[in-house]
Design a protein around this ligand. Structure first.
Ligand SMILES: Cc1cc2nc3c(=O)[nH]c(=O)nc-3n(C[C@H](O)[C@H](O)[C@H](O)COP(=O)(O)O)c2cc1C
Length: 401
């Protein structure tokens, strides 16, 4: 399954270092070649000889102990490897990676390596939840590093909480998934909108909606992983930018319209996952509306531009996907929207359902395509929903050709 894949396994100085043996065994069983890099402190917990025997390869423990047959090994190895997996990862190595410190082989290798990276942290709960560690992990996530979240349970130190190395089976599953990722969206230029637009009332207030942007960002992440070029037109969210996407930040529906129409011609697929305000103020106040003696204020609203409708008119043979957030009559309303907006696919969800809609990490959607096919999906994570949407898009594209 992983035949021909070369995995560099970083092992650091935590009590879970012994679990690296099982990780190596499982990776080897799957056919991968494994090279272990151990930090000096990891060698306090497990011997290089054990890792050498299990990997069948020389174990790297020292930056300067490179035998003469090797050139600058952290560079050559970084060009060869298909994946860097650090398991277990200490708080210390996470901090070094996040700050570009290169004072041993593993941290130097991290800086030289341009491929896919997985980090499986393992540490005491207080260490894991410490703001410094959180900031370091967030920084690495924003740089494109993938984390395999630790489990919750009894820790080696006797404490109970989050920080246990994730199950080895889960680590192996993630490694297989990333290494066997299909690049079936290569060549596609995908324009995605995300987030809830903001319509100004005055310089300090605005009207918006409950959209978190999670669905649109999940679509961007999955599309990038499957090889697409992604342009993400995003209304304000608190999410980290998906590394590799061309980001265009907007606030209002009008700004989003402008960017969508500007980027539409060079796109092959357009996915409108943003929750665009239907109304904006007829006349925005350029000074802060004062409370003074007022008992009430009336805001007069007018319709915003219908971006999906315009995109539908201009789409040509591009594939257009719309989202419909409904609170009833899901399929009927979505079918109407599909026709009216000239979409190829509508992703409909009933936002009143538990586990569906805006802020949730999961979604329950129904896919309705232009051929009238209705496919109800179970509750899935937003990334799983994104995978299903792209599978469907590819099916529709195939049936066109
Ligand atoms: C018995 C023992 C267990 C430890 N377990 C962990 C751990 O699970 N996670 C962690 O981040 N640090 C742990 N530490 C602290 C690290 O070993 C220490 O921060 C060290 O500097 C890490 O070095 P490295 O990242 O270069 O391997 C442990 C220390 C000791 C003495």
């Amino acid at each position: 399954m992983l035949n021909g894949k070369h995995i560099v396994l970083g092992i650091t100085g935590g009590i879970a270092a012994f679990k690296s043996c099982e990780i190596v065994r499982e990776l080897k069983k799957a056919g991968a070649r494994v090279t272990a890099i151990m930090t000096k402190n990891a060698c306090q917990f497990i011997t290089p000889l054990t890792l050498q025997t299990l990997t069948g390869n020389r174990v790297i423990t020292d930056m300067f102990a490179t035998p003469s047959e090797f050139d600058v090994y952290h560079i050559t190895l970084s060009k060869e490897a298909d994946l860097l997996l650090v398991a277990p990862a200490t708080a210390n190595i996470i901090a070094k990676f996040a700050n570009g410190i290169a004072d041993d082989f593993l941290s130097t290798f991290y800086l030289a390596y341009k491929g896919k990276i997985f980090i499986a942290p393992a540490m005491n709960t207080n260490m894991y939840l410490h703001p410094a560690n959180k900031i370091n992990m967030e920084k690495l996530s924003s740089l494109g590093v993938n984390f395999i979240e630790p489990a919750t349970g009894e820790l080696a130190c006797g404490d109970e909480g989050v920080g246990k190395l994730a199950e080895v089976s889960l680590i192996i599953e993630k490694v297989k998934k990333i290494l066997l990722q299909k690049l079936d969206l290569k060549g596609e230029k995908i324009l995605i909108t995300a987030g809830g637009t903001q319509e100004a009332i005055d310089p300090v207030r605005y009207i918006t909606n409950r959209s978190s942007g999670k669905m649109g960002y999940a679509l961007a992440k999955v599309a990038l992983a499957r090889g697409a070029d992604v342009t993400l037109v995003s209304a304000p969210t608190s999410l980290p930018f998906p590394p590799g996407a061309k980001m265009i930040n907007v606030q209002s529906a009008s700004q989003m319209r402008e960017e969508v129409l500007e980027n539409l011609p060079e796109s092959t697929i357009i996915i409108k996952a943003a929750a665009v305000s239907d109304f904006k103020l007829k006349k925005e106040s350029y000074a802060k509306i004062k409370k003074d003696e007022k008992e009430s204020v009336t805001l007069e609203l007018e319709k915003t531009p219908d971006i999906l409708l315009e995109a539908g008119k201009k789409k040509g043979n591009r594939l257009l996907v719309g989202f419909a957030a409904e609170t009833g009559n899901l399929v009927k309303n979505a079918q109407k929207k599909l026709k009216e907006k000239n979409c190829d696919l509508i992703v409909a969800n009933d936002v009143t359902q538990l586990g569906a809609g805006f802020v949730s990490d999961t979604n329950i959607v129904t896919l309705i395509d232009r051929k009238g096919k209705v496919e109800e999906l179970p509750k899935l994570t937003k990334e799983e929903v994104a995978e299903k949407i792209f599978d469907k898009i590819l099916k529709l594209k195939k049936s066109d050709s």
